[in-house]
Design a protein around this ligand. Structure first.
Ligand code: URA
Length: 313
């Protein structure tokens, strides 16, 4: 090959030099390699392997090759500076002016707005709803996993306002299909119990602690009850009952926040903490279907309820 140096120079490429030879126009790594000694044709008889192969690149170890210092256009054009440029000498305080408008006018320490608890905000919003708004919100509710199992929500049924509010547990199979609480076997027993003390179903309001049917009629879980609680609280505020009758443990847990057994709570007046409304506790009709001998106690409980607040005739 003829001398490539002018060509490489024009392209801005600096060739490597060999340390052991002075730089000359022909002495670069781009030299024509010396002809390689052709390896002998493989023979069919076993021969000893060569201990080294003659090759021009093997003659000079790579470690002896050095690169000339890199020279860039940038380096060539940079003027030498005796001192740092002016913009590096601007004092930090010069920037303060730019940030001053962001500081409060007076020297009062900045106090951030308190973080709002999303659950509280949701409960507060529910407490603002009117009856129709509450019904619609419950109908559209997807705030807990129970909505995935329901056919429809079961809001409640009865008079508004009403003197008695009866609170059960959760919709069952029949209630989920019909969209009304206590319409199955337990509901029929509840109607009969009310009739026994001279009260018609239409005279009271009947609701549940949760508005959707739990799968396989299991008890509602704590989170489901907590999520649904603001709906019942708003119902209480709008129905303005003079007496709340809790039937079953789940309703007791929700309204009285108590884990006590019904047997220990029934027979006396309790109070709904949020409104001060008197509360009476009794057994759930589904329990009475399994334990009919307890029905007499429920009759006594409803008589106590009647004496405490007479429902409108
Ligand atoms: N049991 C309840 O607690 N509520 C209903 O609505 C039906 C059965």
């Amino acid at each position: 090959m003829s001398n490539p140096l002018p060509y490489l120079d024009a392209l801005g490429i600096t060739p490597w030099q060999r340390r052991d030879k002075p730089l000359s126009s022909a002495a670069t790594h781009l030299e024509e390699p010396a002809p390689v000694v052709a390896a002998e044709a493989p023979s069919t008889t076993a021969t000893a392997l060569p201990t080294s192969v003659s090759h021009p690149q093997n003659e000079t170890p790579v470690s002896t090759l050095v690169a000339p210092p890199l020279k860039t256009h940038f380096q060539e054009e940079m003027p030498a500076l005796d001192a740092p440029p002016d913009y590096l000498n601007i004092p930090d305080t010069a920037f303060d002016d730019r940030f001053e408008p962001l500081l409060p006018e007076d020297d009062e320490p900045y106090v951030p707005e308190p973080m709002l608890d999303p659950k509280q905000v949701r409960a507060q919003n529910i407490q603002q709803l009117d009856w129709a708004g509450l019904q619609k919100t419950v109908e559209d509710c997807r705030d807990c996993a129970l909505h995935t199992h329901r056919t429809q929500t079961v809001f409640g049924v009865g008079a508004v306002p009403a003197r008695w509010l009866i609170v059960g547990e959760a919709p069952g199979h029949d209630e989920d299909l019909q969209g009304e609480p206590f319409v199955g076997r337990a509901g029929q027993l509840l109607n009969a119990m009310l009739q026994a003390v001279g009260v018609k179903r239409e005279q009271v309001y009947i609701a549940n602690t949760v508005k959707c049917r739990p799968p396989q009629n299991r008890n509602p879980e704590a989170l489901e009850m907590e999520t649904c609680a603001p709906y019942l609280q708003r119902q209480i505020a709008l129905i303005q009952p003079q007496l709340i009758v809790l039937i079953g443990r789940v309703a007791v847990q929700q309204i009285l926040h108590s884990e006590e057994a019904i047997g220990r709570l029934r027979g006396t007046l309790h109070q709904h903490a949020e409104t001060g409304t008197p509360v009476i506790v009794s057994y759930h009709p589904a329990y009475l279907l399994r334990r009919p001998t307890e029905k007499a106690k429920t009759w006594l409980d409803l008589q106590l309820a009647y004496r405490t607040v007479t429902p409108l005739k």
